[in-house]
Design a protein around this ligand. Structure first.
Ligand code: HAM
Length: 419
């Protein structure tokens, strides 16, 4: 057996790691501006959590779970655990477990981390991927839904991406049953044209029929949820659209948009990129007003989204992102110079300069060649004579000039050359 990585899993190095880190940094900065706190939840949860939230009929639970089994026969958790395929269920569980649903229900969380789904890998679709997600709990108002999309829109602007927003309303506990019944009737009438999966799920979750893989055009003739909304859902949806329009978020209503996860009520949205190929859904979310209660908590509303970090990173021009390139390399000549060179290195880093100390085991010429290959412009060369004089030789590899500079001037000179 070769020790290669598993299919659908990625090693990120160089520009691709840089792009992912850049998106994560921007997302964190936006969360800070919206005064949203981070939440860290486990990778491993009881399988039942996902069955009761993402939904037993969802593809995620039916086909994509990574189950973790403990070997010991006596282990009470044997076979019941799953690696998280998404963050929302874990966040809601943690919220209930901390007693916030009853004690202090209005909470705003963001999370960032790996998710696992056993999907068919292709560009932009991986078995381990990262999500940046936001969950606003205890907020039933349309402004909360709009705020989520404002955050994604801020990211779009800051990263210079071309994204479009699609929104829909799926109704609530009051008006959804009538829509469900209409879809069921439509599905039964078109059963012969629907795929194998649809035959399975028609009775349990007819909303999923709109995602039928066999004939996408068929869904055009299906009933639309917006035609079944009750007055409250209508008002909520109107307000969401008004708020998006007044904030100039570019969106369209997509009446066929249903989400692949079961917990959504009212607002559902997806954000697609024109730049990343077939897997173009870079973010998605919506309202889940019944979820806290379904998982054993108080009847508290909630709304949220998650961004696919890798998919956003694919849309970026990674070549333009700066790496961890040093401002200066330090070269110690001879054993006696080593300790003073280490001290200078640490001092420069304390002054917020990027400094790489090269291996003292090679000769000067080889080290200068290496600095050049790393794209570093300056080399500070430190030998016995320089130490005695409290100075270093500062070599500019771009202009091939070198001069002795007093130790005290070093940081300033590095900074002026760099800027
Ligand atoms: P989701 O649509 O399943 O929603 O995933 C959100 C985003 O994660 C997708 O739009 C996509 O960018 C990314 N993503 C999903 N699967 C993959 C994959 N296999 N490879 C790469 N990226 C992927 C949720 O997960 C909900 N929890 C969102 C939410 C939060 N709704 C309310 N709150």
């Amino acid at each position: 057996m070769e020790l290669t990585r598993l299919r659908g899993f990625q090693d990120l190095l160089g520009p691709s790691a840089r792009a992912v880190a850049h998106v994560e940094e921007r997302a964190r900065a936006i969360a800070r501006r919206y005064a949203i706190e981070e939440i860290r939840i486990p990778m491993l949860e009881r399988l039942e959590l996902y069955e009761r939230s993402s939904g037993e009929t969802s593809d995620v639970v039916q086909k994509q779970m990574y189950l973790v089994r403990r070997h010991e026969e006596s282990d009470p958790e044997r076979g019941e655990m799953a690696l998280r395929p998404e963050g929302t269920p874990g966040v809601v569980r943690a919220y209930i477990e901390a007693g916030l649903d009853k004690g202090d229900p209005e909470q705003r969380f963001f999370y960032l981390g790996p998710m696992l789904r056993y999907e068919r890998p292709q560009k932009g679709r991986y078995r381990q991927f990262h999500q940046f997600g936001v969950e606003l709990l205890g907020r039933a108002d349309a402004a909360a839904d709009a705020e989520l999309m404002f955050m994604i829109d801020d990211l779009r602007r800051e990263l210079g991406l071309e994204l479009s927003f699609e929104v829909n309303s799926l109704g609530d506990a009051k008006c959804r049953p009538a829509y469900r019944a209409a879809l069921l009737a439509w599905g039964r009438a078109h059963l012969d044209q629907l795929c194998e999966d649809c035959h399975q799920r028609i009775d349990r979750n007819p909303l999923r029929l709109l995602d039928c893989k066999v004939d996408a055009r068929l869904a055009e003739s299906a009933p639309r949820s917006v035609d079944f909304l009750c007055d409250e859902c209508h008002r909520h949806f109107d307000l969401v659209r008004e708020l998006l329009s007044s904030a100039r978020v570019p969106f369209e209503v997509n009446p066929r948009l249903v989400r692949g996860l079961d917990y959504y009520t009212r607002t559902a949205f997806e954000v697609v990129s024109t730049a990343v190929g077939a897997q173009n859904a870079v973010a998605a979310g919506g309202r889940y007003d019944g979820l806290v209660e379904a998982l054993g908590g108080a009847p508290v509303a909630g709304t949220g989204f998650a961004i696919g970090i890798e998919r956003i990173a694919l849309a970026l021009d990674a070549a333009k992102l700066g790496g961890a390139r040093a401002d200066v390399v330090i070269i110690a000549l001879g054993e006696k110079a080593l300790a003073p060179a280490v001290a200078i290195t640490r001092e420069l880093r304390e002054q917020n300069l990027r400094v790489e100390m090269l291996s003292p085991e090679r000769g000067l010429r080889a080290l200068l060649r290496r600095a050049d290959r790393l794209g570093v412009r300056l080399a500070a060369i430190i030998g016995d004579d320089e130490i005695a004089r409290g100075a270093v030789q500062l070599r500019d590899l771009k202009t091939s000039t070198q001069s002795e500079v007093p130790h005290a001037d070093l940081a300033r000179l590095i900074r002026t050359t760099r800027d």
